[in-house]
Design a protein around this ligand. Structure first.
Ligand SMILES: [Zn+2]
Length: 244
């Protein structure tokens, strides 16, 4: 089974380099799963696919550059006439935070107009959950605590795709990445230490421990973008397609 991973948005919260916020589309026969749906995800999605084809979303954490686009996607799908269920999996406070975002952005719509399709949320955990045709596990990582961060392990057919979400280096990243055919890792920084994000240098120092077959960098910040020619690992741009 061929699994395609398309980086629709490969940028950080500041959209450095003009990149869209996090949005990664995983497809295979019977599978259409979006990993993260950042604030600027909808225009990035529409450049490459019909949003109606997205079955489910798996969220790594509750920061706007990762989940802020869901409200726009839901609104767009309502007016596009969607009838099919959309399922969103994520951290424990996902449902509460989505409701708060809806009320902050479109209080005249959400809760007042009946949504044209079922929107269901579920909490991801270490035990695999079926989501968009894939099996998704969530393992804790270290980022900003209030954002309830976890890394994802996505089993699609015989392939395993792992995704750091946003995370600083910690040993928690090892079981997230272990044995993955593709490990999608954030690289906000090139060599700066940051309390919330891993740098390329830190990742390279721990690369052997991770045990991933292939690593592709995403969530690139200005510092990493300034060093692209020095990277020994692959990196995504908006629109990059990786076959797993
Ligand atoms: Zn982020």
């Amino acid at each position: 089974m061929t699994v395609m991973v398309r980086f629709l948005g490969s940028g950080n919260a500041f959209s450095d380099g003009g990149r869209a916020n996090a949005a990664i589309h995983v497809t295979a026969p019977g599978v259409s799963l979006l990993l993260d749906c950042g604030g600027s995800a909808l225009p990035a999605i529409k450049k490459h696919l019909d949003p109606a084809n997205i079955d489910a979303i798996a969220e790594t954490h509750l920061h706007g550059d990762h989940f802020g686009g869901i409200t726009f996607l839901v609104l767009e799908q309502h007016f596009a006439g969607r009838k099919r269920e959309l399922v969103v999996g994520g951290p424990p406070s996902l449902d509460q935070r989505l409701r708060a975002a809806e009320q902050a952005l479109y209080p005249d719509f959400f809760g007042r107009v009946e949504l044209g399709f079922p929107l269901r949320t579920l909490v991801l955990a270490e035990k695999p959950t079926e989501l968009g045709g894939a099996q998704v596990s969530a393992l804790e990582v270290r980022h900003v605590r209030l954002s309830e961060p976890h890394g994802l392990r996505v089993k699609v057919g015989g392939a395993l795709i792992a995704y750091s979400g946003d995370a600083r280096w910690s040993e928690h990243l090892i079981p997230v990445a272990r044995g993955a055919d593709l490990f999608i890792c954030e690289a906000s920084y090139f060599d700066s230490d940051d309390p919330a994000h891993i740098s390329y240098r830190q990742l390279m120092a721990h690369r052997a421990q991770l045990g991933a077959k292939r690593i592709v960098l995403t969530h690139l910040g200005a510092e990493t973008l300034a060093h692209l020619t020095e990277l020994e690992l692959e990196h995504a741009q908006d629109g990059t397609v990786v076959e797993v």
